[in-house]
Write a protein that binds this ligand. Structure first.
Ligand code: SF4
Length: 358
């Protein structure tokens, strides 16, 4: 008998008929599913969180194709090649993307638990126009030869869809490379398929080791967190795996003060540390999800600062081909002279502290 997570993947909801078992499909959703030749799919578990009657449901909008995906006024062609710096002179395996000297992203799989409509890697995982050769051993050899690589981010698709055996091989081999100091895994499965956090997985990637494993998941809306999520996160932490969140700022989904605050407070209650909020990148076909760039900083100022603990405050960044650009709110220092700083808080109140000469 296969494990529950495997059965969930085998029964991924990716047909109109399958979707109709969960929701009353809207005309736009129906047209997009029938007309757009795009890959889509959602685990039955995550589909069960959708609002049956509301096409504006944030979970529906993240997983069901929309005709708006055809509007592409601002998305950049070949986005992933630009963003991941793939067109450089350095010879690297397809699986290795590099923007920094000491860390790389290692793409190991092309499939996902859900196919997010806003994915910046959609050319690879959704549209599949970008073909990469994902040879795990080739990537491992490259990392072993590059002694400057301290930090490896395992990405995809969703790396936790690899079997326990493949993950164990991957993590064990990385941990044997003397210069690798830490391993990060980017996975939406703790949110969209928490059933994947099994004893077998814990054994494959957990346990005490000098080279820690961090999982960064993606949760964009409070309703995505359930009792199952809480249990899965606890299980990961119980075997030494740290869990963070990388939300994407999405128009009409989490770009209002109440939702943004509830999301971050609920993440922390679930033991997930809010790590990043990403501006929705200029990948093609996702214009309808994009807010003004300033929006994330405004939300951190208005929804989080002064309203909840600093632990719940993520860094707002725009990921680009030259690395992440922080875009945090900058209202704090109102004035400065040789005697003092004038500082402002989230309520607009000001205070002064002395300017101490260097
Ligand atoms: S799970 Fe990640 S890689 Fe897969 S579609 Fe969603 S955002 Fe993209």
């Amino acid at each position: 008998m296969s494990e529950e997570w495997v059965r969930q993947m085998q029964n991924q909801v990716n047909t109109l008929e399958g979707l109709e078992e969960y929701i009353n499909v809207s005309d736009d959703e129906k047209r997009a599913i029938e007309k757009l030749k795009t890959k889509w799919g959602v685990s039955p578990y995550f589909a069960s969180l959708m609002d049956k009657d509301d096409p504006g449901c944030p979970i529906r909008k993240q997983v069901i194709p929309s005709m708006q995906e055809q509007v592409n006024e601002f998305g950049m062609d070949n986005y992933l090649v630009w963003k991941e710096n793939r067109a450089t002179e350095e010879v690297r395996p397809d699986s290795i993307a590099r923007q920094y000297h000491d860390r790389i992203a290692f793409t190991v799989v092309q499939t996902c638990g859900i196919y997010c409509r806003h994915c910046f890697r959609k050319e690879l995982v959704v549209d599949q126009d970008l073909k990469l050769r994902m040879d795990i051993d080739e990537g491992l050899s490259w990392i072993a030869e590059h002694t400057e690589i301290r930090d490896v981010l395992i990405t995809g698709g969703d790396p936790l869809l690899l079997s326990d055996e493949k993950l164990e091989h991957l993590i064990t081999t990385l941990r044997e490379i003397p210069h690798v100091e830490m391993i990060r895994i980017g996975s939406r499965l703790p949110i969209v398929l928490p059933h994947r956090i099994t004893d077998g997985l814990k054994k494959a990637i957990g346990g005490f080791h000098k080279v820690p494993v961090w999982i960064n998941t993606q949760c964009n809306y409070p309703k995505e967190i359930t009792d199952r999520t809480e249990r899965a996160v606890y299980e990961l932490m119980s075997c030494g795996i740290n869990v963070g969140n990388q939300a994407v700022l999405l128009k009409g989904i989490n770009d209002d003060v109440d939702t943004f605050r509830e999301l971050h407070q609920k993440l922390l209650r679930t033991r997930i540390r809010p790590y990043y909020v990403f501006y929705c990148e200029p990948a093609p076909g996702i214009d309808h999800f994009r807010t003004p760039v300033e929006k994330g900083a405004e939300l951190i100022r208005d929804a989080l600062r002064g309203h909840t603990t600093g632990l719940a405050q993520p860094m707002y960044v725009l990921a680009t081909n030259i690395g992440k650009i922080p875009l945090m709110p900058d209202y704090y220092i109102v004035d400065k002279n040789e005697n003092e700083y004038v500082l402002r808080n989230h309520k607009g109140e000001t205070t002064k502290i002395p300017n101490i000469p260097e």
